[in-house]
Design a protein around this ligand. Structure first.
Ligand SMILES: [Zn+2]
Ligand SMILES: [Zn+2]
Length: 258
């Protein structure tokens, strides 16, 4: 399977996944113009994409969807709650959704996909596990706390894209409103570096080879803090061999073969 993260963070998210003869995007949180430019820069033909899968109805995950899905013939997948939430944002536009049940599995070509609930303040937010019969990839960003389901999914994967959103001290010292600070740090908000590290130390199996840290706050985190926290946890768990990298809002990631 191949994965390329086109953008990750509160100003826009989109992830390219290719496996089982199918190429798709998880979320279209950049403008269609910016996303198309980034795809081309990464050597990906936007016309080759078969589907877009939506994780949840926050605009940093879907704001380019309306234009992108008119421009390219992609199938649109979401659960009911997310589809309804996105439609509210684009009045008058009827999307041709393919609705999946959260916690169910479905196939696109030979790529098997499982969705699972995450704790986040959106209509019905999910993470995804992709299985092309050779390797498994988990995408889990935007969650305030882990759960047995999340740990079980991570434990099965060779590559994990996991949120490592903020450093709690930097969040508290920031000039954000108290309500926003408590939303971010709350159970339906975002994982801190320490939360992400603890989750991986509990959930990582011997299968895990690549860990990509996602959705870093630009104001309340640094790459070094996120990396150091995760690397220390992996070393302590005897998994210093896992490749750990940080994803960026501004830069396209390499194309990882996982
Ligand atoms: Zn987000
Ligand atoms: Zn969100």
């Amino acid at each position: 399977m191949e994965v390329c993260v086109l953008a990750s963070g509160s100003r826009g998210n989109s992830i390219y996944v290719s496996g089982g003869g199918v190429s798709l995007l998880v979320d279209v949180g950049l403008s269609a113009r910016e996303l198309t430019a980034r795809l081309k820069k990464a050597g990906i033909d936007p016309a080759s994409l078969r589907a877009v899968l939506c994780t949840h109805d926050h605009s940093d995950h879907f704001k380019g969807l309306e234009v992108f899905s008119r421009r390219y013939p992609v199938r649109l997948f979401a659960n009911d709650g997310t589809a309804a939430g996105i439609e509210q944002f684009f009045p008058g536009r009827a999307f041709d959704w393919e609705i999946f049940e959260t916690a169910s599995g479905f196939d696109i070509g030979s790529l098997h996909i499982e969705s699972f609930t995450v704790s986040h303040d959106a209509s019905d937010p999910v993470g995804f596990l992709f299985d092309d019969g050779v390797s498994r990839l988990c995408v889990v960003t935007d969650l305030g706390q882990s759960s047995t389901v999340v740990r079980d999914k991570l434990a099965r994967c060779h590559c994990v894209i996991l949120e490592s959103n903020h450093d709690p001290d930097m969040l508290m010292a920031s000039d954000r409103a108290w309500s926003l600070k408590s939303r971010i740090a709350g159970r339906s908000g975002h994982l801190s570096n320490a939360d992400a590290a603890e989750l991986i130390s509990r959930a990582a199996s011997r299968d895990l080879r690549t860990l990509l840290l996602a959705h870093l706050s630009e104001e309340c985190n640094t790459c070094a803090l996120a990396l150091n926290s995760m690397r220390a946890a992996l070393l302590q768990a005897g998994r210093g061999d896992v490749r750990v990298e940080v994803l960026s809002q501004r830069e396209i990631s390499p194309r990882y073969v996982v």
